[in-house]
Write a protein that binds this ligand. Sequence first.
Ligand code: GDP
Length: 434
Amino acid sequence: MHDSSTLFAPASGFGRAAIAVIRISGPAAAGVLVALAGTLPTPRRLSLRTLRDPADGMMLDKGMVAWMPGPDTVTGEDMAELHLHGGVAVRAGVIRALTAFPGCRAAEAGAFTRRAVLNGRMDLTEAEGVADLIEADTEAQRLQALRQLDGALGRQVAAWREEAIDCLAATEAALDFADEGDIDDAVLDRAVLARAARLRTAISAALADGRRGERLREGFQVVLAGPPNAGKSTLLNAISRRDAAIVSPVPGTTRDAIEVRLDLGGLPVMLVDTAGLRETSDPVEAEGIARTRRRMAEADLVLMLVPPGAASEEVSGTSRVLCVRTKADLDAAPGADLAVSALTGQGLLLLLDAITAEAEVALGGGDALVTRERHRDALERCVAHLDRLPAATGMPELVAEDLRLAVRALGEVGGQVGIEEVLDRLFSGFCIGK
Ligand code: GDP
């Protein structure tokens, strides 16, 4: 399973830029650096070098290089960095030379972080933090990602896992000595069960967070709903100041949901324009409306847009609903939470304030530990196993089995258990060079 190839990848994106950084990690890092730059530079210091193609001695670039011997590197392997001039041809030439070097190959997305995890330099939650930090669009997302990258979740779950392992060890010791009759099963059970109950309470408390962490990662979902021609697309455009949605006076043109990401006071908000709600015989539009109803049911907040002369619609489901009168320039608008005009801008700031306030209620309220469904699922399974313990009192074999499964579920969070499949999924969404 161990991959001993030396990886390289541009770490600074693919366009034209002032500087392009190429990262190299693996056993051939020193060899390839010497081949390109002449001699091995002082470790962990930038050195100015002329880089030459080992194949023909032709000059590739003049730039800074860094040499970082393992294992005290981010991947745990020998690493080198080439800081090139950020031109497309410069980078292509160096990549060509690296590709030709024995033992070197281009890294796939997330390959460096994957090696960091497999070499024990970070756990899975910290790797997810790296991914989230790169994805972070807003301040609140950035801070959450940094906390996770810094180990907040990983350390907590590791501590819970240690506690569960201690409980398991005590139970297994009781099993081993059961024949000798010098440990009273019931007494031991009570002590273990009390500890397990405290562990269960702590994990449950972390889970009872209103999915703040997941929602912060995904963005607070706001769905624009209302009949065709209510002014949904125009309002979305006015808010995003982008031509993201098709605006047309013909009803039923917005068939697919259109999403616009907003940063409202550091909170990520996803504004979704949907197909208008009305009875229709057009199957394509009917599908769009079915999707609208699904999006509305899943939304954190529904903005029910009501044009002049229309009555506001009932919204079923559990989403919060804010009723918004549109086209307020045409009509004085009684009875709505808010009245807006996309044409004149009236009410738009109040509407954004209202959305921000809703997002603050949903996403604010303290730092969340759990930031992915994956964490929640594993922790919920752990709690479910701990919940079964009291019924197994006096049956240490059963207690041990549920504790073992609880330990296992906790191990999935940090990647001590079942790491490969999670890695494949996580790193498929990563950047090249990370
Ligand atoms: P949607 O079907 O709900 O997405 O509605 P549209 O955004 O396509 O708007 C329908 C029509 O109403 C278009 O002709 C818009 O120009 C018009 N409209 C939208 N917002 C306003 C507004 O604030 N004031 C006025 N006077 N017209 C608007």
